[in-house]
Design a protein around this ligand. Structure first.
Ligand code: PEP
Ligand code: MG
Length: 582
């Protein structure tokens, strides 16, 4: 099967299907003597789920508001609904289904019922029923309890959509590869996979129908190929490639102490994108010169409530201590889009990427925003610490003025309270086309900029970064994107404003060479890509990169640019081809 490669590399492992319960429901019939114990199992799961919901409801109510907590109340009433319970009991007792299968059947019944109704309110309740059923299932289904499977070698997660919160809760379990039915190259789950160096392919339609737990899967992250239960010869060949992939990674990691420099001696800044203290350590291990993007939202995603100032401060301190040269650009909360939490009032929106996300959300939670600014300013104090603050999704000049004044206010308050802090350079992300177009105005009031190409590309091409159906449009190497990027970099260089690019393309060999040709000298990427990019940089001169860019700018289609740059990478660094994704 084929999908979109979102993280390079080759891996062979055993499939572990996260949502198999809803695709391949259990069909086993219970023996008569199993019925009572099964009812008891269901009852235990119901109690555990009820406890979860009660705890979440209280936390959200206390820390966010009653309105936001109401969703859990709805879930509680579904769970308590006698008709709901009666249906499940009916399937277990009368039809001798396991409780997991009974839940699946009940969900199907409700789906049928709700799709017939014209009432929007009722239709929305189906999402709530599904949520409750998934939560219940997590206590009942073997499929959702992978610990036992983990003993049998590396796991390849197969899911419809891998949500960042899934990855967060997968914790330290050894995941060797990820395949999803939906999602695209720059979805946040894909970014997580890359930051852990896990080969991943997204957009593989219907794979959950073809794969069962324990099947042997091959992920070939170069072109996005998936093989299911390959014949022994093929499997052997891929295991060989897998070993080469690991060797190449090990070999490249040896350049960690080398400086990043082009073949003609131009120094580059290769920074890391990180999500947590463990990533900061990985950035150091991979030889980054600092952290160019610390996405603070992962601290929030792994919580059931808003972490307070002290907790944020402690985490930022940890990240700074683990980062290369204690140099970190901390980005304020960038929730929304595909990253939602049950608190801070995130709601389903028709156009989440264009809606109430990121800085827009922070502005409407002044208390929380002030706490984050204070935690960052305080964490910036200390010998040898170099922290910068960066604001995401900036669209207008007014927003920049507003963040500057909020930052000053936070500083004044800390000063009055006698708390140690350090003023920090203020930067913005250029990821909304409006900001890219008016960049000259914005540059006057900021200390640095960082191009968020993941979002910039999706907004420019009007193609959702997570939707595989439009992934052919959401392409960083499209002629339109190249022109815009060239413009931003030129304006920044002329104005002598430090500019970095921290989208995923910074770590992709073909895009990296184009950006180098445009005059970019600072790149921030998943730590896993740093060794590859360092090796590639050492093999190219600025003149070669510029020539290649000039040729690319004359090409009129993405595929022509891809082909041209693919050939260029192959000609200067043939040994890196296992790591060159399209
Ligand atoms: C981007 O948009 O390019 C970026 C780096 O931010 P994120 O991927 O977190 O949206
Ligand atoms: Mg972004």
């Amino acid at each position: 099967m084929k999908g979109i490669s979102v993280s390079p590399g080759v891996v062979v492992g055993a499939a572990y299907c996260i949502h198999e319960i809803f695709v391949n429901p259990e069909t086993r019939k219970l023996e008569p003597n199993e019925v009572l114990p099964e009812l008891q199992r269901y009852e235990n799961a119901r109690k555990s789920t009820a406890n979860d919901l009660q705890a979440m409801r209280q936390k959200v109510a206390a820390q966010v508001g009653q309105q936001e907590a109401a969703i859990f109340q709805t879930h509680q009433s579904i769970l308590r609904d006698p008709a709901f319970t009666a249906k499940i009991r009916h399937y277990i007792v009368e039809q001798r289904l396991t409780s997991a299968a009974a839940l699946e059947r009940v969900l199907a019944d409700y789906s049928l019922l709700f799709t017939k109704t014209k009432d929007d309110y009722l239709r929305q309740r189906l999402d709530d029923v599904r949520d409750v059923i998934i939560r219940l299932s997590s206590y009942l289904s073997e499929v959702l309890r992978p610990v036992e499977h983990a003993e049998h070698g590396p796991l390849i997660i197969v899911a419809d959509e891998l949500l960042p919160s899934h990855v967060v809760t997968l914790g330290n379990r050894e995941v060797a590869g990820i395949v999803t039915q939906s999602g695209g190259q720059t979805s946040h789950a894909a970014i997580l996979a890359r930051s852990r160096g896990i080969p991943a392919v997204a957009g593989v339609r219907n794979i959950l129908k073809q794969v069962k737990n324990g099947d042997t899967l091959v992920i070939d992250g170069r072109e996005g190929d998936i093989l299911i239960n390959p014949d022994p010869e093929t499997e052997k060949a891929y295991r060989k490639l897998e070993r080469e992939f690991f060797h190449l990674k090990d070999h490249l990691a040896e350049n960690r102490d080398a400086v990043a420099i082009t073949a003609d001696g131009v120094l580059l800044d290769l920074l890391a994108n990180i999500n947590n203290p463990a990533d900061a350590a990985a950035a150091t291990a991979m030889g980054a010169s600092g952290v160019g993007l610390y996405r603070t939202e992962y601290l929030f995603l792994s919580h059931h409530d808003v972490p307070d100032e002290e907790e944020q401060y402690a985490t930022y301190k940890k990240v700074i201590a683990a980062s290369p040269q204690r140099r970190v650009t901390i980005r304020t909360l960038d929730l929304g889009g595909d990253k939602t939490t049950p608190y801070l009032g995130s709601k389903k929106e028709a156009n989440p990427f264009m809606g109430w996300r990121s800085i827009r959300l922070s502005f409407e939670h002044p208390e929380f925003f002030a706490a984050q600014l204070r935690a960052i300013l305080r964490a910036a104090a200390g010998k040898g610490v170099r922290v910068q603050i960066m604001f995401p999704m900036i669209t207008t000049l007014e927003e920049v003025r507003k963040v500057r004044s909020l930052l000053l206010k936070a500083q004044r308050k800390l000063h009055d309270e006698g708390k140690p802090y350090e003023p920090v350079p203020l930067g913005i992300m250029i990821e909304v086309p409006a900001a890219a177009v008016c960049i000259d105005n914005l540059l006057e009031v900021v200390d640095f900029v960082s191009i968020g190409s993941n979002d910039l590309v999706q907004y420019l091409m009007a193609a959702d970064r997570d939707n595989p159906r439009v992934s052919h449009l959401c392409q960083p190497l499209s002629p339109a994107v190249l022109r815009v990027l060239q413009g931003i970099i030129a304006v920044c260089n002329q104005a002598n404003k430090p500019v970095t690019l921290c989208g995923e393309m910074a770590g992709a060999p073909r895009a990296f060479l184009l950006l180098l040709g445009m005059g970019l000298r600072s790149f921030s990427m998943s730590p896993a890509f740093i060794p590859t990019i360092k090796e590639l940089a050492a093999k190219v001169t600025i003149e070669q990169a510029r020539e290649s860019l000039l040729h690319a700018l004359r090409l009129k289609t993405t595929s022509a640019v891809q082909k041209h740059m693919g050939d260029f990478v192959a000609s200067i660094a043939p040994d890196l081809k296992l790591l060159d994704t399209g």
